[in-house]
Ligand binder design. Structure first.
Ligand SMILES: NC(=O)C1=CN([C@@H]2O[C@H](COP(=O)(O)OP(=O)(O)OC[C@H]3O[C@@H](n4cnc5c(N)ncnc54)[C@H](O)[C@@H]3O)[C@@H](O)[C@H]2O)[C@@H](O)CC1
Ligand SMILES: [K+]
Length: 523
């Protein structure tokens, strides 16, 4: 779930290599000495550690073979100076450490940190260290990690994850690829990640959100040097907090004709619910008018459930053009099925000029036959649909979600929204956007239909496919987070998410409902 602490995070995301280059620029450019930077990293880590765990009990610090380990040795030294009970385990032989990391280890030793080599530990002693830990500091692998953790690193990561003690990850959870968010073997599951200098993209997409816990950031006082380093961000980090202000404003004299007429083409036999979820989400997201074109048998239930919709039963594709002619945007896909009804409908949508969202079965049908012209469309694949469209496997998509989304955009044009934790949005220009946050309650049938309804409603109002996709993904997540506070994750339903849309939109519009005798009047 989105975390309150992330509000102060920067909005730019960098690859791990870009952050390493920034480090290099800062140090080799003579701006800040490498050991001084490491001391700042350790001090920042310790500051956050004390804030979250003022009395952690015994601290177990696991240090790797590089500068991430160096940070760990200095954190251990701070803890000893603080009078805490500390155990420090060197996963790699500290005698072989080099440079700043070596200096950090020596400082820890001279400050009285009891450093023990993992390889020298008797199994019973190792068990005691782990079982007695009140808090684990993971300083094993940082931005220098390459591939799946090997040897003792893999064992220690598994051991950390088997314990109930909380974990603080230094810079990133060991085992996570901080650029892509991929976990090739196993990654430490942290409760808090304190990350430095630049936010890394992989903390926010792929497996990142599942292993970082809360993310806090410290610029180590070198923020002013970042633009001068020549390193460019890889993506934007956005959430509802940062996007709500771009919501289209409604003048007091507004009439329904100003907010677009959305056509929802959805719901083959047996899939009427998907059509209704998309249409109702759209109606709740400010579309002026919503027409649902669906199988005739869904007309009566849809009208009963949501009388603000116009619902049209359609049997042949030839019935769509007049409806498309009146639409400012169209969403095609929820519950469309892959039979001839769905194919006919999709065909009509694809040949129209109307700005369009292509979702679910529309993407499955496209993957087998219909190429998309470049333009004003939004594709909203989940990783499985993305894999089919790209002709690769799902793990290949998940291994680098940003690259997969970019590749889809280059193939199909328009805007691509790749679903999943850390939703990625790519348009035909500008950096990709990563939506910060994830909610496991969204892994339920119908949630995607709600998302396409929201995107489509915003597209009908703004005419801007990319901005609509970004706002909708952030709003959808914020609504799910809000609903989860009452309903948890397992029992969350798409209707719960739709129910929270108006209050989030209202708050973004600055609508306030006063308490007291005039309650109910807007001011
Ligand atoms: N001076 C600097 O550049 C600063 C670096 N900082 C820290 O330094 C980290 C980067 O340090 P390094 O570049 O030394 O890299 P790391 O400390 O991330 O790790 C490099 C070491 O891990 C080993 N390794 C790599 N992949 C492995 C795998 N799959 N399995 C097992 N071992 C593996 C390598 O052989 C190497 O010895 C950052 O994440 C940050 O924590 C901070 O101290 C701030 C200043
Ligand atoms: K780490």
């Amino acid at each position: 779930m989105n975390d309150a602490g992330s509000h102060s995070l920067p909005e730019t995301l960098y690859s791990a290599d870009a952050v390493r280059e920034i480090d290099r620029y800062v140090i080799e450019g003579g701006h800040v000495d490498g050991f001084e930077l490491m001391q700042r990293a350790a001090a920042a880590t310790f500051r956050h550690l004390v804030k979250v765990w003022p009395e952690p009990g015994s601290l177990l610090v696991l240090c790797g073979a590089g500068n991430n380990g160096g940070d760990g040795y200095l954190v251990a030294a701070s803890a000893v100076r603080h009078g805490w009970s500390v155990a420090c385990v060197a996963v790699a032989d500290p005698q072989r450490l080099q440079g700043d990391a070596r200096r950090a280890w020596q400082k820890a030793e001279s400050d009285g940190v009891p450093v023990q080599r993992w390889q020298d530990l008797e199994p019973t002693v190792a068990d005691r260290l782990f079982d007695g830990a009140g808090l684990i500091v993971d300083a094993m692998l940082g931005t220098g990690v390459r591939g799946a953790p090997r040897g003792d690193f893999a064992d220690l990561i598994a051991r950390c994850n088997a314990l109930a003690a909380p974990v603080l990850a230094v810079d990133l959870p060991s085992g996570l690829d901080a650029t892509t968010g991929q976990v090739a073997g196993e990654a430490v599951k942290a409760d808090l990640t304190v990350t430095f200098i630049g936010l890394k993209t992989g903390l926010f997409t792929g497996q990142g959100p599942a292993v970082t816990g809360r993310v806090v950031f410290d610029d180590l006082d070198v923020a002013a040097l970042v633009p001068r380093s020549g390193q460019k961000p890889q993506a934007w980090r956005r959430n509802w907090q940062s996007l709500a202000a771009s919501l289209p404003r409604r003048p007091a004299t507004a009439h329904k004709g100003r907010f677009g007429h959305l056509l929802v083409v959805a719901g083959d036999r047996g899939f009427g619910g998907a059509a209704l979820l998309a249409a109702e989400a759209a109606a709740r997201s400010g579309a002026g008018l919503v027409t649902l074109a669906t199988r005739p048998e869904h007309v009566a239930p849809a009208l009963t459930r949501c009388p603000s919709l116009m619902v049209q039963g359609v049997i042949h594709g030839s019935e769509l053009p007049p409806l498309l002619a009146r639409a400012t945007a169209v969403v095609c896909g929820p519950g469309l099925g892959q039979g001839s009804w769905g194919q006919q409908m999709l065909q009509q949508v694809l040949v129209s000029e109307v700005p369009q969202i292509l979702d679910a079965d529309a993407l499955n049908l496209m993957a087998t036959r219909v190429p998309v012209r470049a333009g004003n469309h939004v594709l909203t694949p989940h990783p499985g649909e993305a894999a089919r469209l790209l002709g690769v496997s799902v793990p290949e998509v998940e291994a680098d979600r940003l690259a997969a989304a970019v590749s889809l955009q280059q193939t199909f044009g328009g805007t691509v929204l790749l679903k999943g934790a850390g939703t990625v949005i790519v348009g035909d220009e500008g950096l990709p956007t990563v939506i910060d946050g994830s909610n496991p309650g969204l892994a339920t049938g119908g949630m995607g239909d709600v998302l396409s309804g929201i995107i489509a409603a915003l597209l009908a109002q703004t005419g801007d496919p990319r901005a609509s996709a970004e706002m909708a993904a952030a709003l959808h997540l914020a609504a799910a987070d809000r609903a989860s506070r009452q309903r948890g994750f397992m029992g969350l339903l798409p209707m719960d998410v739709i129910d929270r849309l108006p209050e989030l939109l209202g708050a973004a519009e600055g609508v306030v409902v006063p308490a007291g005798p005039n309650s109910g009047m807007l001011e």
